[in-house]
Design a protein around this ligand. Structure first.
Ligand code: PGA
Length: 250
């Protein structure tokens, strides 16, 4: 089963609109004509219009880093799927571990967001992954099973065709520690198994599961060589156009 890889950048809380424009000025020529993989960049909300404008007509898609499941209303600080679509986003990250850790995101809010993103026709990148204590206590499998089960709850295979999952072991994010390709592969296989239970084998076979956590130009090739790894979600190393281009072209 060959799945087109998705190489996605998560800028987190970095860059202003001007800095976003600068990034695309340097990045786009480096990946021009690269169609082996799908490429997406997820900047902060305030940079989205600048990023969409800069990437117009290129092979780079733009996504949000989060969203709210209601369409509009008195929800101070939130952004809806309709708003993301209106500025030209096609992708959205959901349930990143930093949202879970610092902003009270739960498995249930991930599920609500995933349903809304799929209904809107966005490509959701749902993040799952264990923290260090869970890994050390041999709880990785339980945690991944629970996160998938609850994220996928009450969503049909027919609705989930655009779903992308990112496996991001929290101990590997921003720490310089990367999961070994073997270890990531095992987690991905487990996630694919959960997707098969929720959505059926056919969708699970097509499901792209990205790896995230200290992906760098130096380790991208070995990770991407794994049959189970269908792309990368890149934080720190995606902020520099040359470094992200090197990862995309691993
Ligand atoms: P990192 O972040 O590449 O800086 O480890 C990945 C992520 O949090 O998505």
């Amino acid at each position: 089963m060959s799945r087109k890889k998705l190489m996605a950048a998560n800028w987190k809380m970095f860059k202003t609109p001007d800095q976003a424009r600068e990034f695309f000025r340097d990045f786009l020529p480096l990946v021009a004509g690269h169609d082996r993989d799908e490429i997406a960049v997820c900047p902060p909300f305030v940079c989205l219009p600048a990023a969409v404008e800069a990437a117009k007509g290129s092979n780079v898609a733009i996504g949000g880093q989060d969203m709210f499941w209601e369409q509009e209303g008195a929800f101070t600080g939130e952004v809806s799927t309709g708003m993301l679509l209106a500025v030209g986003c096609t992708h959205v990250i959901i349930g990143h571990s930093e949202r879970r850790q610092y902003f009270g995101e739960s498995d249930d809010t991930v599920n609500l967001k995933l349903k809304a993103a799929l209904a809107a026709g966005l490509t959701p990148i749902v993040c799952v992954g264990e923290v260090l204590e869970e890994r050390e206590a041999n709880l990785t499998e339980d945690v991944l099973r629970r996160q998938c089960l609850r994220a996928f709850h009450a969503i049909s295979g027919k609705k989930a065709t655009k779903l992308v999952v990112a496996y991001e072991p929290v101990w590997a994010i921003g720490t310089g520690k990367t999961a070994t390709p073997q270890l990531a592969s095992e987690a991905h296989a487990l996630i694919r198994g959960e997707a098969a239970k929720a959505f059926g084998q056919e969708l699970a076979d097509k499901l792209r599961i990205l790896y995230g956590g200290s992906v760098k130009p130096e380790n991208a090739k070995a990770l991407m060589a794994e049959e189970e790894i269908d792309g990368a979600l890149v934080g720190g190393a995606s902020l520099d156009p040359r470094s992200f281009a090197a990862i995309v072209k691993y």
